[in-house]
Design a protein around this ligand. Structure first.
Ligand code: ADP
Ligand code: MG
Ligand code: MG
Length: 878
């Protein structure tokens, strides 16, 4: 079996298409090498090795070591150096790389191959002993931390002490002699911690590092990250072993990270940070303030330190060329790591760059308009769920505000919440229903859960590519990084900034788009839906086959949904119209009515109110179809329960409290979900549905006279289980229509009971449309109460009985089968029957895709999910 894949010197055994086998990093290093870009030579141990390792009790395939030796030979040939040879040592990095990028989750070891002898060889070769020692001390620190399990703080403390006694501020002030003595202390510390010497044999070092990478696939942080991001453990990681290039060889050497476009705004300009005379993760770690890449961004950010364009013009020009090559080749924005060794550029990584939702939108639109990709490709590149971020409010420009700190605009969006200083607490508070803002000096992979729980993240240290910034952008959380004026006191749980103190629990507002932090809650405003957003929505509308409607009943929601592009109302829940205080009284009167006469008197008071409600909706929707569901109430919810409430309601209704209590008890059901609800109410008390039908028809006429556009009223009868129910109720509604002289209307039903789905052929005799009420259909198909399932569903998901919460993502096997059956049987009776779904699933991209495949006519979802559904429907159709 082939376990090892070489790359370098203008060719490679792998390419981008081999991500599953070589991991993202390895596959792209191979691809870049084949493109002729300057990539230090190396080889990749495939993910098959990782799989083998865990399948065979953490051991390796027999023939692997020979292949590694072969890989090393190739690197030696291309570099002219020899691994472990004192006079001319080859040094390598050992890097993990899974299929999906897992930032910060796995650990990289640089400068491997250094020991007490090779370090002298490196010193001689480079003519720079200080550089060689700097590399050695980095290697000891990283290797001890990652491979040997000795915490890096031990080495950092030694270094800090040394710098203090010498009066140094920066690592760069350290001389060779300083490093000599620090390294001696480092080695002594390792021996003290482990009881044995730091390994001197390069082959032993290499094997140890490979072990550590494969081992880290199963570390806690990696497991958490995979869980949060739906990455299967079975994928495994690859290991890349690559010749070192040195960004720490003096003032013509540097290391940096870059994006080919701005990952925060999507603007088409190079974006990045670099450090002169530094290695690897110095940039990300925020030890020194990084410098900008381009002159333009240095000027914009008013930085003093020169940009790379100014400090290293030749290497910069080469880098800019490489950006163009990579974007043209990958046809997408790239996230790049590079190192300049004595003026020569080396590429160490490229991958499709993570970006904010805003940037994703802009980049997709720009690339489509430039003809680099098609509009279909542009649509497929957007994550429907991420549109959510664009639909939410930002700070109102003229709102009053009290700015307390300013950092980098690391991830856009605005959020309000209580300040909290640690991740466990952020998570706990979120669970208790609080909105929190996580404030840290800097974040690390141990903070993932806290960042996840937070509305926004603020750090005192770190740049645009710091851990906080990268992870927040990926999660879609607003983030302000490097707010350097903030002093955090973790013990006192407070922060001070410019003489002001903010304690845990105080409210702040964070604007990740500007990098500002404000004390208190700043007023927000609605998002901008024109420009790129409108373009993408237009392309989506051209591509999709499914109609998109909304579930809404208040004029505000209906208007919002229409602005978001809803083509009609798929579900207007009329019971929601009665929760408002002034209407509740009439409604209670109706419920409490002793007989038909009393009930009709109460209904007569409700009629004009309902008519106004429907008229308001029709006015907004103009000639779009509106599905109005007749009352489906849990009646007892409308009645008072506490003694005090009962007294006051009895008083206002003019009935004795005892009678009210009696009636409330009467209506109490032991299983209301399966009780006297839906059309069963209409069967018992037809006058309720008759009143609603009248209100709908009258409102329709009223609005049609006002503006000439006739909204199509689609009257929907809920919770039907047999054709007979619908036959009876349809008769009553039709009679009212005749009486009123109704305009255009249809009658249909919800399919939300398994029996209805199975008997769809009979039911379709009387129904002109079916709307799958997938919330109830999921409850009734599983026999699973939506209100109680929260307690045990996680066990079901954890134990793999269910893949996802079926109330969030449609159960395509079971509930989906019923939908298929009902659609097919319904169409046999009535070929033209209109089919749609309402329920939370209408806004879930995977469920939308299912509805497309099932051949439904439309999906209906809550207003803010309408754009998501439009895009998801387009993706399903492409
Ligand atoms: P991560 O996935 O956390 O980014 P990487 O393996 O990409 O980890 O490496 C960490 C850092 O080390 C990066 O800055 C990278 O550019 C640097 N690095 C990795 N390999 C080499 C090498 N062969 N020479 C110089 N720097 C390297
Ligand atoms: Mg790393
Ligand atoms: Mg990297």
């Amino acid at each position: 079996t082939k376990w090892v894949y070489n790359f370098g010197g203008g060719s490679a055994e792998g390419d981008t298409s081999m991500k599953n086998l070589l991991g993202g990093k390895g596959a792209n290093l191979a691809e870049m090498a084949s493109l002729g870009l300057p990539v230090p030579p190396g080889f990749t141990l495939s993910t098959d090795v990782c799989t083998y390792y865990y399948d065979h009790g953490e051991t390796y395939p027999e023939d692997m070591n020979d292949q590694i030796a072969g890989g090393l030979k190739e690197i030696e040939k291309l570099t002219g150096k020899k691994f472990g040879e004192a006079s001319n040592p080859l040094l390598v990095s050992v890097r993990s790389g899974a299929r999906a990028s897992m930032p910060g989750m796995m650990d990289t070891v640089l400068n491997l191959g250094l020991n007490d002898e090779t370090v002298e060889g490196l010193a001689e070769l480079s003519g720079d002993r200080r550089f060689a020692l700097d590399s050695y001390r980095r290697f000891i620190t990283m290797y001890s931390d990652v491979v040997l399990g000795v915490h890096h703080h031990i080495y950092e403390d030694i270094l800090e002490n040394h710098k203090d006694t010498q009066g140094y501020m920066l690592d760069t002030e350290m001389t060779a002699m300083d490093w000599d003595s620090v390294i001696k202390e480092f080695k002594a510390a390792t021996k003290r911690e482990l009881g044995k010497d730091f390994p001197q044999d390069p082959m032993e070092q290499l094997n140890g590092a490979v072990d550590a990478v494969f081992g880290s696939w199963m570390n806690e942080r990696a497991i958490v990250y995979r869980r949060l991001n739906d990455i299967p453990a079975a994928w495994g990681t690859a290991v890349n072993v690559q010749a070192m290039v040195f960004g720490n060889m003096g003032d013509t050497s540097a290391t940096g990270v870059a994006f080919t476009r701005d990952p925060s705004t999507g603007e088409n300009r190079y974006y990045g940070e670099f450090l002169i005379n530094a290695q690897g993760e110095d940039v990300v770690a925020g030890i020194r303030t990084p410098q900008t890449l381009t002159k333009a961004s240095r000027e914009k950010m008013e930085e003093d330190l020169p940009s790379m364009e100014e400090a290293l013009p030749e290497a910069y020009a080469q880098l800019a060329d490489t950006f163009e090559t990579l974007e043209a080749h990958y046809r997408d924005m790239q996230d790049i790591e590079f190192t300049v060794e004595e003026g020569t550029l080396w590429m160490l990584q490229t991958r499709t760059g993570k970006r904010t939702a805003k940037a994703a939108l802009k980049i997709a639109v720009d690339m489509a308009e430039d003809g680099q990709i098609t509009t279909d490709e542009a649509l497929l590149r957007l994550e429907p769920a991420s549109l959510d971020q664009l639909l939410h409010p930002t700070l109102k420009p003229d709102a009053e505000r009290d700015m307390i700190a300013m950092g980098l605009p690391a991830s856009p969006g605005a959020a309000i919440g209580e300040v909290v200083f640690n991740s466990d607490e952020a998570e706990a508070l979120k669970k208790a229903g609080h909105k929190v803002i996580l404030v840290r000096v800097e974040t690390s992979p141990e903070d993932i859960h806290g960042m996840h729980a937070a509305e926004a993240i603020v750090t005192a240290r770190g740049g645009m590519t710091s851990h906080a910034a990268v992870v927040a952008r990926g999660m879609g959380r607003p983030c302000v990084s490097g707010a350097g004026e903030i002093r955090i006191d973790y013990k006192a749980e407070s922060l001070t900034v410019m003489g002001r103190t903010v304690k845990k629990g105080e409210t702040v507002t964070v604007d990740g788009g500007t990098g500002q932090v404000f004390l208190g809650a700043v007023e927000m405003q609605q998002p901008e839906l024109s420009g790129d957003f409108a373009k993408v929505m237009k392309w989506a509308d051209e591509a999709r086959k499914l109609g998109i409607r909304t579930n809404a009943e208040t004029p505000l929601d209906v208007q919002t949904a229409k602005d978001f592009g809803a083509e009609g109302i798929g579900l207007c829940r009329t019971e929601h119209m009665f929760f408002e205080a002034d209407r509740l009284g009439y409604f209670r009167e109706m419920i409490l009515a002793e007989d038909k006469e009393d009930r009709e008197a109460a209904l007569a008071k409700i009629l004009p109110v309902q008519r106004d409600d429907f008229a308001a909706i029709f006015r907004i929707m103009e000639d779009r179809p509106c599905t109005i569901r007749l009352l489906d109430p849990p009646l007892h919810e409308f009645l008072p329960h506490s003694e005090a409430d009962i007294e006051s309601v009895a008083k206002s209704l003019g009935v004795p409290a005892g009678e009210l209590m009696h009636r409330a008890n009467d209506l109490q059901e032991s299983n209301p979900m399966l009780g006297h609800r839906g059309c069963r109410l209409g069967i018992s008390y037809p006058e309720i549905y008759e009143m609603q039908a009248r209100a709908i028809f009258e409102a329709q006429k009223l609005v049609s006279e006002e503006n000439g556009a006739t909204p199509v009223a689609e009257i929907m009868v809920p919770l039907v289980s047999s054709a007979k129910e619908l036959e009876i109720l349809k008769g009553k509604i039709d009679a009212i229509a005749k009486e009123v002289g109704a305009l255009e209307y249809t009658i249909g039903t919800m399919i939300e009971l398994p029996r209805a789905a199975l008997r769809a052929a009979d039911i379709a005799e009387y129904a002109e449309f079916f709307s799958f009420g997938t919330n109830d259909l999921t409850q009734t198909t599983f026999g699973l109460s939506r209100d109680d399932a929260g307690r045990f569903l996680p066990d079901y998901v954890n134990q793999g009985i269910m893949e996802k919460d079926p109330f969030v993502t449609l159960d395509q096997d079971g509930v989906g089968d019923l939908i298929h059956i009902a659609a097919e049987r319904g169409r046999t009776t009535r070929e033209s029957i209109k089919l749609g779904i309402c329920g939370e699933h209408g806004g879930d991209p995977a469920s939308v895709e299912f509805c497309h495949r099932a051949g439904l006519d439309y999906v209906s979802c809550s207003p803010y999910r309408v754009p998501i559904a439009r895009l998801a429907a387009a993706q399903a159709a492409i």
